[in-house]
Design a protein around this ligand. Structure first.
Ligand code: MN
Ligand code: MN
Length: 465
């Protein structure tokens, strides 16, 4: 055995290790991560939209003893409550031993994902085919959304207020839908377009039928036939699309990737890959010293605006309601609170390393990723976390033996993006971004590592407990 050189010893003491952390990771942790991913994949399959994610989360929460928060009722340490925001966002809280005035611990993830929303008047017939017009939701590379099987999810709300849930295309025996692309043989002109213009917004038309209603006098008989099917199945007419929220999402189920099954491929992992660990963490804590809140938000992908997004006062009032219930000052409670803004980061792709700065990028299997700031063009539109708070979270992660890394969202001026962190920071709460690195973010199938997902859960549990 040769002794370590002085330089090797010093390096160990002074450098951040760049070694693959999985080389020395206990097999038992990897096994736990694989086990954890099973529940996560089930969640992904059932929760493709924010409404479905809220429904699945509420069902799991009720099994875990959560009840709807009622103003005027008293809750004691260890009690579990939830705040349902219109079925599209939800906050789960476990009441702590200390009063809310001492601050609460918040994990915030989003449950909306990029997709193709139907326009208010979606259905039309052209050249004997029936199609839906769509308006894409969130930042997508539009060409990726053609020629992949799609499912239709969402709700019709009738004038009398009744809600009709729709989900077609997920089960094996159900029909699916598709956006068509031009064949390469005739794409000579299309191929000259830039990649971002390769498929245009108004070309994201979804094929939904081709059989005409049996009648030889009228026009629009294919459209009529589709509306007739929808009327028979759901009791809706063309008017009911006006008060509907329907979208097309990839019809695929979550699957393992790789011979070693180490990764997960699925639609909507941004940001259910943080929402699910946040949910599991808040389910698993017993009686926390500080009240723990997991908020699953809507609308992040379009800027967090709207009353179900975190640029609203939803979270503020959740903390207020808990503070008021305990008879303490809500402003002090908010000011003393801290948050992990749990959202994905871009994992470095060996095929496209040029967009990353390798010393400040995140990598698959290097654990949960801490991001001090996001934004674009010189840290614009971000909450740049305070060093003091970053130090606190560093100490927590290292103290609990959680594998973590740090990463920026790409090279300076390569592009950029944001999270809900800045909206929570605007309330005066300490916030740091923490989440799972993702490959192919915002594509119909996104890729994560089971190990990183599990480390995200461990970080959130540690933060809330
Ligand atoms: Mn996200
Ligand atoms: Mn996103």
């Amino acid at each position: 055995m040769c002794e370590k050189s002085e330089a090797a010893i010093l390096k160990e003491k002074l450098f951040i290790s760049r070694k693959n952390p999985l080389i020395n990771e206990a097999q038992s942790t990897i096994d736990e991560a694989f086990e954890f991913s099973k529940g996560y994949k089930e969640f992904l399959d059932k929760a493709k939209t924010e409404r479905e994610a809220v429904n699945v989360a509420l069902a799991l929460a009720e099994e875990n003893g959560f009840v709807p928060f009622e103003n005027g009722k008293e809750y004691k340490a260890g009690d579990k409550v939830y705040f349902n925001n219109r079925g599209k966002a939800v906050a789960f809280a476990v009441i702590g031993k200390e009063k809310a005035e001492k601050g609460v611990n918040i994990t915030a993830a989003h449950i909306d994902s990029p997709r193709l929303d139907l326009k208010p008047n979606p259905l039309y017939e052209e050249m004997d085919l029936a199609l839906f017009k769509t308006h894409y939701y969130g930042g997508i590379k539009k060409y990726q959304w053609t020629a992949v099987p799609m499912a239709l999810h969402g709700v019709f709300v009738k004038k009398n207020g009744s809600v009709i849930n729709v989900s077609i295309g997920e089960k094996d025996d159900e029909p699916k839908f598709m956006v068509n692309d031009l064949l390469p043989h005739l794409a000579q002109e299309q191929s000259k377009r830039t990649l971002s213009d390769g498929i245009r917004g108004e070309e994201l038309n979804v094929l939904v039928g081709s059989l005409p209603f049996k009648d030889d006098k009228e026009s629009n008989l294919v459209k009529l036939n589709i509306l007739n099917i929808l009327f028979e199945k759901y009791g809706v007419t063309e008017h009911d699309f006006l008060s509907a929220e329907l979208c097309c999402v990839p019809a695929s189920k979550a699957f393992d990737i790789g011979f070693d099954r180490s990764m997960i491929g699925a639609y909507g992992q941004d940001d259910k890959v943080c929402a699910y660990p946040a949910l599991m963490a808040v389910f698993d804590i017993l009686v926390p010293s500080k009240t723990a809140i997991a908020v699953l938000a809507d609308k992040e992908e379009i800027g967090s605006d709207g009353n179900t997004g975190l640029n609203s006062d939803f979270l503020k009032y959740v903390i207020s309601d808990i503070a008021k219930m305990q008879g303490c000052d809500e402003t002090i409670a908010i000011r003393n609170s801290r948050c992990l803004s749990a959202d994905v980061n871009a994992a470095t792709d060996p095929t496209f390393p040029e967009v990353m700065e390798k010393n400040n990028a995140s990598y698959i299997n290097r654990g949960v990723c801490v991001t001090k700031y996001t934004g674009a063009r010189g840290k614009s539109s971000t909450s740049d976390a305070n060093a003091e708070y970053v130090a606190e979270i560093r100490a927590m992660l290292d103290g609990a033996g959680i594998v973590w890394q740090t990463g920026e969202l790409g090279k300076v001026d390569a592009g950029g993006g944001g999270t809900v962190a800045m909206y929570i920071a605007n309330l005066g709460i300490e916030v740091l971004d923490l989440g799972v690195p993702v490959l192919s973010m915002h594509a119909p199938v996104e890729v994560t590592s089971k190990f990183d997902v599990y480390m995200c859960y461990k970080a959130m549990y540690e933060f809330c407990k």
